[in-house]
Design a protein around this ligand. Structure first.
Ligand SMILES: NC(=O)c1ccc[n+]([C@@H]2O[C@H](COP(=O)([O-])OP(=O)(O)OC[C@H]3O[C@@H](n4cnc5c(N)ncnc54)[C@H](O)[C@@H]3O)[C@@H](O)[C@H]2O)c1
Length: 268
């Protein structure tokens, strides 16, 4: 329990693993956590990219593997803890998108892969890291859900199921590990400009102006806006917060009316 007053957010010396740290939200968060004083190791399925991201993210170590493979997850957590001399914090950002096709047209193997990487991979990394944290009776984890995990998006059933599952997993782990001082929270990002989303924009899979019109803050997010929410949830500023999945979505999940948000309450 923290009773003293609190200084600005710092993560000095916190030994931190960021999965999916070679790109997008993971890379931005690794950099922000490093800037706040954490010692960060990044894990990614793309080893070359992870190694190349060391400078940009200011991470001090990297490891390669597939989070949805149980042996890889155990090894990556062990390697990160070995390189850092222990493990205090984890941010689970590794994930893949889906095919944007309706359920009846989906390739079942692709469906399974999307669930495996996003949900099973998050579970496996939590499981390996949680054992270390429970033994030391301290630690914090942040998982990544999505606005697609909060409500149904047609064509995104595998991703939505996985991200909804991450919300439940986060709550369950928070309840199981609260007694040993390990906090588990999540973020549910809205559309964020990362390589994953840029690839969809390049393929004209969605029109950014439609998303902007549906979003009370009228724009897509930056990766740094996800990173600051993660830093807060991992820090002592959130010392009494566990089992929460925070929408970081510009108000997307608050909006329930039909049509563009600006249509109802024009300002000015
Ligand atoms: N960008 C968005 O709008 C958005 C919105 C909601 C949630 N998210 C979630 O945020 C997380 C990061 O997404 P992003 O947009 O930064 O994507 P990204 O593609 O830029 O980064 C994802 C990283 O994860 C790695 N990765 C993929 N599969 C892996 C595996 N099996 N094992 C280990 N590493 C793996 C990739 O190599 C990549 O470096 C994902 O979980 C994604 O679902 C993104």
């Amino acid at each position: 329990m923290r009773t003293e007053s609190i200084s600005p957010i710092r993560l000095d010396g916190k030994r931190t693993l960021v999965t999916g740290g070679a790109s997008g939200i993971g890379a931005a968060t690794a950099r922000v956590l490093s800037d706040l004083g954490a010692r960060v190791a990044i894990a990614d399925i793309d080893g070359e990219r992870a190694e190349a991201a060391l400078g940009d993210t200011k991470a001090v170590a990297w490891t390669q593997g597939d989070v949805s493979n149980a042996e890889d997850s155990e090894r990556m957590v062990a390697e990160a803890a070995g390189a850092l001399g222990g493990l205090d914090l984890v941010f689970n950002s590794a994930g893949i998108g889906d095919d944007l096709v309706p359920v009846h047209a989906q390739d079942p193997e692709r469906w399974r892969r999307v669930v495996d990487v996003n949900l099973y991979g998050t579970y496996l990394v939590c499981r390996a890291a949680g054992r270390i944290m429970a033994a030391q009776k301290a630690g914090a984890i942040v998982n990544v859900s999505s606005i697609v995990g909060l409500d149904a998006f047609p064509g995104r059933s595998a991703y939505g199921v996985a991200k909804a599952g991450i919300i439940h997993l986060t709550k369950t782990l928070a309840c199981e590990w609260g007694g040993v001082g390990v906090r588990v929270n999540g973020i549910a990002p809205g559309y964020t400009r990362t390589p994953m989303v840029q690839a969809l924009l390049d393929r004209q899979v969605f029109d950014p102006s439609v998303v902007e019109g549906r979003t009370p803050l009228r724009r897509l997010a930056s990766s740094n806006e996800m990173a600051s929410a993660v830093a807060f949830l991992l820090s002592d500023w959130a010392s009494y917060i566990t089992g929460v999945v925070l929408p970081v979505d510009g108000g997307w999940s608050a909006y329930g009316a039909a049509g563009d948000v600006g249509k109802h309450m024009p300002v000015g």
